[in-house]
Design a protein around this ligand. Structure first.
Ligand SMILES: O=c1[nH]c(=O)c2[nH]c(=O)[nH]c2[nH]1
Length: 300
């Protein structure tokens, strides 16, 4: 029997970090980190020989050592520093995969002013950095992905789903008026990993989601379907951020059903796009990946 693939590490390493600025303002970030190490550790699986295995407890400790030294400005940067530390420290480790997820905390506003050291669990989704670093000849190869996860968004109008394919199994009527709700997941690949402002890219891409999904604050923007809205958001992301080569999005369509329960019908109460029944499942699931055409890829 062949041992086809193997690695080991720690997941769910939770780290909180306070940056105390000289002006008395404190910043706070919380990360949840996962690390997998690759190397010649077959013997620990096949023979119980652990001599070349960095204990997962040590892996966890290294996460905290790097958190002490790194500014933790973005999950991507922290992931790069952490992956590099494992390769520098352990010559027998050949590859590292790091996932760092930033939990959303936002500064508290008290009586209209930003608090210097108070934070609220904020609801703007989660920012994840994913780094793979491997020894390659005498050098090191690095690939970095950023992600937005668990970003719940909803709009109460300016959404429809019409003129889709119909057959004898179709019951859904056309509509140009519905609630559109989803939990946004985006993954973007970086075509360069040095001198990248990962936080700024994250904020720009988050804004692409807001802009593409909600549209103008007064007017909104009509969505003819999750497919088109998703495509336009990903397209705008690639237009605005030259450092990314590829964007993938997964958008569930979380259905809010018109409330037409028998009590409504019996009492001649009309549904007027007002009372809905929120549902958890089933959900539509719409996916796409957009890549920059090869000829237009930035040359780094
Ligand atoms: O935006 C949508 N895309 C679909 O593919 C679909 N299918 C469906 O039943 N409702 C919707 N809505």
């Amino acid at each position: 029997m062949d041992l086809a693939s193997f690695s080991h590490g720690k997941r769910k390493v939770r780290i909180g970090k306070v940056r105390r600025r000289p002006n008395g303002v404190n910043e706070f970030v919380e990360y949840v980190v996962g690390v997998q190490l690759e190397g010649a550790t077959e013997a620990s699986f096949t023979k119980g020989d652990n001599t070349m295995v960095v204990a997962t407890d040590t892996v966890k400790n290294v996460c905290y050592v790097v958190a002490k030294r790194d500014d933790m400005n973005s999950p991507e940067e922290y992931g790069i520093t952490l992956a590099r530390k494992f390769l520098d420290e352990y010559s027998f480790v050949t590859g590292v995969r790091v996932e760092a997820l930033e939990k959303p905390w936002s500064r508290a506003i008290v009586n209209g002013s930003e608090h210097v050291h108070g934070f609220l669990r904020g609801g703007q989704g989660e920012h994840v950095g994913y780094v793979e670093m491997r020894r390659l000849g005498s050098g090191i190869s690095t690939s970095v992905e950023g992600r937005i996860e668990k970003l719940d968004v909803l709009k109460t109008t300016q959404s429809g789903w019409e003129k889709f394919y119909r057959d004898r199994y179709t019951v859904l009527p056309d509509t140009d008026e519905r609630i559109l709700a989803t939990t946004v997941s985006v993954v973007w690949k970086l075509s360069q990993t040095q001198e990248v402002d990962y936080s700024s890219i994250y904020r720009t891409l988050l804004n692409c989601v807001y802009d593409g999904f909600f549209g103008d604050p007064k007017m909104g923007k009509y969505s003819p379907g999750v497919q088109n809205t998703q495509y336009l958001i990903a397209h705008r992301m690639l237009e605005l951020v030259p450092e990314i080569s590829e964007v993938s999005m997964v958008l569930p369509n979380i259905h809010f059903l018109p409330c037409t329960i028998p009590a409504f019908v019996k009492n001649k109460i009309q549904f007027e796009d007002d009372v809905f029944i929120p549902t958890d499942e089933p959900q539509g699931e719409i996916r796409c990946t957009l890549k920059r055409p090869t000829s237009l890829r930035a040359k780094y």
